[in-house]
Design a protein around this ligand. Structure first.
Ligand code: C2E
Ligand code: MG
Ligand code: MG
Ligand code: MG
Length: 281
């Protein structure tokens, strides 16, 4: 540039630029919701014993008008800050419940259960249990077919978030602790928070077959889960060797690119064990 690399950007200007970008993104998210630019993909969760797909995790995607797909890591934090996550989250819960009910109608007991992610801000919304109950009723979905994934950090410290989780559990939906082992207060939370599933974070799975300390943690987490009668899901499984090791270590379920990336709902259909031929339906 003409300034020869001596361009001085003062901190205030940088902050202004960032908050400008932030405000623009916040406004774009609002329009994206109104214009139907969000969709859900579903990542299979595999039973390590049978190799069958027993559930799927719904993962949101934003496909902008120009075709670019934005990752949730880039927009969920903004939606949380602006509060739009409450409305967006209600759309996720309704859409995932409709899909779960459709699978349940067509595949009966072989239908995959469906998990939805809820963020910290959603757990602070006292209406969340009503939102979930309404979606279950609207789609005639048995509650145990839906799993709500939340992080330890979101319920850390108890208070209103923990009360919301308890109300969700009372509805009969399953509760999963996501990214388990990376947040606050993992172990005491297991005494106070109703939990059905531990999703052991990818960072512990990455170290299997190599780092003894990592493996020791993966073993310990599986042991805790088993003694507390919780189901375990290993996240981020990328190799056959990891899957084999997890099976040996007593893990029940696994999820990761080794089995499948997140895929559209109709692609999940092709993976189901007892999928009836369309002609017989
Ligand atoms: P998460 O709930 O822990 O979801 C797992 C993430 O790991 C997904 O990223 C998934 O695509 C990715 N993943 C799965 N298997 C592998 C693997 O083998 N290797 C690697 N490297 N990655 C793997 P994604 O879809 O980008 O979502 C990121 C995060 O965004 C989620 O983490 C969740 O916290 C949040 N999120 C996604 N969808 C929603 C939603 O509908 N609502 C809310 N509130 N948050 C969401
Ligand atoms: Mg999750
Ligand atoms: Mg996770
Ligand atoms: Mg994660």
């Amino acid at each position: 540039s003409a300034a020869g690399g001596h361009r001085v950007v003062c901190y205030d200007t940088l902050l202004d630029q960032q908050s400008g970008t932030h405000a623009r993104l916040a406004a774009e998210l609002r329009h994206a919701l109104d214009d139907g630019e969000f969709h859900l993909l579903y990542q299979p969760i595999i039973d390590l014993g049978s190799g069958h797909v027993t559930s799927v995790e719904s993962l949101i995607r934003w496909q902008r008008a120009d075709g670019r797909v934005v990752s949730p890591a880039d927009f969920i934090p903004v939606a949380e800050e602006t509060g739009l996550i409450v409305e967006l989250g209600a759309w996720v819960i309704d859409t995932a419940s409709a899909q779960a009910a459709d699978w349940h109608d067509r595949h009966g007991p072989h239908a995959p259960k469906v998990a939805v992610n809820v963020s910290a801000r959603q757990l602070l919304d006292p209406a969340l249990p009503r939102t979930v109950a309404a979606a279950l009723a609207r789609h005639s979905l048995p509650p145990h077919r839906l799993t709500v994934e939340l992080t330890e950090t979101a319920v850390f410290g108890g208070g209103p978030a923990l009360a919301t989780v308890r109300a969700l559990a009372e509805l009969g939906v399953a509760i999963a602790l996501d990214d388990f082992g990376t947040g606050h207060s993992s172990l005491s939370l297991l005494r106070t928070c109703p939990v059905d599933v531990l999703k052991v974070d990818k960072s512990f799975i990455d170290g299997l077959n190599g780092a003894p300390e990592q493996e020791a943690i993966a073993v310990a987490l599986s042991g805790i889960a088993t003694s507390l009668h919780l189901r375990t899901v290993a996240e981020g499984v990328e190799t056959a060797a990891q899957a084999d090791r997890l099976r040996d270590l007593g893990y029940h379920h696994a999820q990761g690119f080794h089995f499948s990336r997140p895929i559209p709902a109709d692609a999940v259909d092709a993976l189901l064990p007892a999928a009836e031929p369309a002609a017989l339906r």
